[in-house]
Design a binder for this molecule. Structure first.
Ligand code: MD3
Ligand code: FE
Length: 216
């Protein structure tokens, strides 16, 4: 088994620090990947992915849905959290217990005990899809972190500063990676570079990202 001497995949640091308050747990979600994908199939059958419009009139290239008691939406009138899916007129699907547990465990591991997200935004990327640089500031409570889970094709995550013009650093986020964004990192500008084409063994030509939020 000499080849294994240089295989560091099982000795990666538990937490990689991106910035103060931003911690990457590589592959953290992999043990429950199948449960996560089953739950995403179930919730997106009830609340299908859709491309929403921004207040500026552009249609986003990312397709989105939500689960939990609140969901993030955007339309011509603005960005907000709402208990009702505007496409169906019904509440968003309930947050699957496995989602809640994953988010809570990741937050606890990185020093944010008692994380109770009521919203989970589910983003779907296909090759070419991007998310331009933005801040997440529609939540009323910036003391709580945001927990993100990457599934499927890898993405280049752009990590900026507190001003839009600050230079960005690139991180590759892969299947199963979980990042907790809190403290001084909570209001940092960030985005996703256009998704490169590829084929993922479980998800095919797509990337799905979950973001767990305490919206109020
Ligand atoms: C840093 N999503 O939904 S996840 C978003 O991959 C969003 O779909 C991206 O940005 C995605 O708003 C990036 C990483 C992420 C999420 C929220 C953050 C990083 C963050 C909030 C504050 C700081
Ligand atoms: Fe964001």
């Amino acid at each position: 088994m000499t080849a294994d001497f240089f295989d560091t995949s099982d000795v990666l640091p538990a937490r990689e620090i991106i910035a103060e308050g931003a911690m990457l747990l590589r592959r953290f979600a992999r043990p429950i990947q199948h449960d996560l994908l089953d739950a995403i199939a179930c919730l997106s059958a009830q609340a299908p992915f859709r491309r929403m419009f921004t207040p500026g009139g552009y249609r986003m290239s990312v397709a989105m849905t939500n689960c939990g008691s609140l969901g993030w939406i955007t339309d011509r009138t603005g960005y907000r959290y709402d208990a009702i899916d505007p496409d169906s007129g019904r509440p968003w699907p309930e947050m699957p217990p496995i989602f809640r547990e994953l988010a809570g465990q990741a937050a606890a591991q990185t020093g944010f005990a008692g994380f109770r997200p009521e919203a989970c935004l589910v983003n779907r990327y296909e090759p070419g899809t991007r998310l331009s640089l933005h801040q997440d500031r529609d939540e009323s409570n910036y003391d709580a972190p945001i927990v993100s889970v990457s599934l499927g094709l890898p993405a280049i995550f752009l990590w900026g500063g507190l001003k839009r013009a600050d230079k960005t650093v690139r991180y590759r986020l892969e299947h199963g990676d979980v990042v907790v964004w809190g403290g001084p990192s909570r209001l940092v500008f960030h985005g996703i570079a256009p998704l490169a084409d590829g084929e993922h063994a479980l998800l095919g030509r797509q990337r799905i990202n979950l973001t767990f939020r305490q919206a109020r």
